[in-house]
Design a binder for this molecule. Structure first.
Ligand code: ADP
Length: 397
């Protein structure tokens, strides 16, 4: 069966068509500038590239163009839409209602809509993507896979904030955590790779380091704690997001510069992190290059990033009473060996010894020394494949 994976943003849409027989990617594409001038679609099928620039007023038109591209007689991946057996949708916020992926029906849609206040930037876009697909392919089963679901096993001491309980009870204010599909995929894959039974007393720390970054404590194969919170803004320093900040500092800035809450949140989401500290770039490759050339602000940005990641790794080892494996994934985690070395430097006391030569390798690998008590690994994440597997499992039932 071919499964279509859709990740819809407010003005963009990324997709992959995966053949579940061998889990190979048959097509990969993205639509950008939906509803804005210059809407365009780019798709790759093997070596064939399909590209169009055409007005796309909304997600329905974007999905119509996507299906046209996928079924194109020359550069498409399938002959007709009938060859797409199911669609898996990435949904950002599932609140506390969803602990696993779900077949989409009216009840599930209502619950995703009810989570809009918790994910105001992403959930409306995810909903548009689902509704557009339902219109264009009404007979194809659809599955929602939530970024928050894996984290629903956290105990209350991990997910409650130290604020009056009424805000949790009345407004559902708590830590939800994100990148759950990635943390679930890499923690499971790491356990398989190591040949360990992660369900029994095994303690793992997974570091998803990309433009957005989060760290997760995984105990007995389940999420025990994670660095992102009610929204993906909390936790470690990111490309343009601040990570954790004293909320009173924000009041200070807002009063002093007379800016609104919305403006403050835009600064925290879009102008902070590596970009805010360096004043130059949100991309770690740029930061590394300029830091290596001696740029003080880029050195500072890199140091802060390393420092905040170390803090979470240390905290999670303490919370779980130790750690058996530390896993790196996503753009920075998979590719930036120098940063991995900086992060792991000083963790020997915990029994985690990095093998600097192995750390220079690529792909899925163990990068700790043979005598390291704690295994250190790189596991490339594959959220699309995880979504496709969930989708297949649900629609095959
Ligand atoms: P997103 O969170 O948007 O999915 P990624 O996981 O691709 O993003 O992470 C983007 C970050 O990863 C950037 O800071 C970038 O510098 C870094 N990165 C991505 N690919 C590489 C690479 N091949 N080598 C070094 N760094 C990389």
């Amino acid at each position: 069966m071919n499964i279509l994976i859709i990740n819809a943003g407010s003005s963009s849409l990324k997709y992959q068509l995966i053949d579940m027989q061998d889990e190979s990617v048959r097509a990969k594409g993205q639509v950008e500038r939906i509803g804005i001038e210059g809407s365009n679609l780019k798709q790759k099928v093997g070596g064939l590239e399909y590209q169009i620039i055409a007005p796309m007023k909304n997600h329905i038109e974007a999905i119509e163009h996507m299906l046209k591209a996928l079924t194109d007689s020359e550069k498409g991946a399938v002959k007709s839409m009938d060859e797409i057996g199911a669609v898996g949708h990435r949904v950002l916020h599932g609140g506390a209602d969803f602990t696993k992926s779900m077949i989409i029906d009216d009840k599930v849609m209502d619950a995703i809509r009810a989570c809009i206040p918790l994910g105001p930037l992403h959930n409306p876009a995810n909903i548009m993507g689902i509704e557009a697909c339902q219109k264009v392919m009404p007979n194809t089963p659809m599955v929602a896979v939530f970024d928050t679901a894996f984290h629903q096993t956290m105990p209350a001491e991990s997910y409650l904030y130290g604020i009056p309980m009424e805000y949790y009870e009345r407004l559902k204010i708590r830590r939800y955590g994100f990148h759950g599909t990635s943390h679930r995929y890499v923690s499971k894959r790491a356990a398989d790779f190591l040949g360990v039974d992660a369900q029994k007393g095994y303690r793992m720390i997974t570091c998803h380091l990309g433009n957005g970054s989060s760290i997760c404590a995984v105990k007995d194969g389940k999420c025990f704690d994670t660095s992102m919170g009610l929204t993906p803004l909390e936790g470690v320093l990111m490309g343009t997001r601040s990570g954790s900040v004293d909320p009173a500092a924000l009041q200070f800035i807002m009063n002093s510069d007379n800016i609104s809450v919305d403006e403050m949140l835009t600064i925290l989401n879009k102008k902070s992190g590596l970009l805010g500290i360096s004043g130059k770039s949100s991309d770690m490759r740029d930061i590394d290059r300029m830091a290596d050339e001696g740029d003080e602000r880029c050195i500072m940005a890199r140091n802060i990033l390393v420092h905040t990641i170390k803090k979470f790794v240390g905290a999670y080892a303490a919370e779980m009473g130790g750690v058996d494996a530390i896993v790196f994934t996503a753009g920075i985690g998979e590719n930036n060996n120098a940063l991995r070395e900086r992060i792991m430097d000083g963790f020997e006391y915990l029994g985690a010894k990095l093998d600097k030569e192995k750390n220079k390798g690529r792909g899925e690998m163990i990068i700790s020394t043979d005598d390291s008590k704690v295994k250190i690994l790189v596991i490339p994440t594959n959220e699309e494949l995880a979504i496709a597997r969930d989708t297949l499992a649900l629609v095959s039932k």
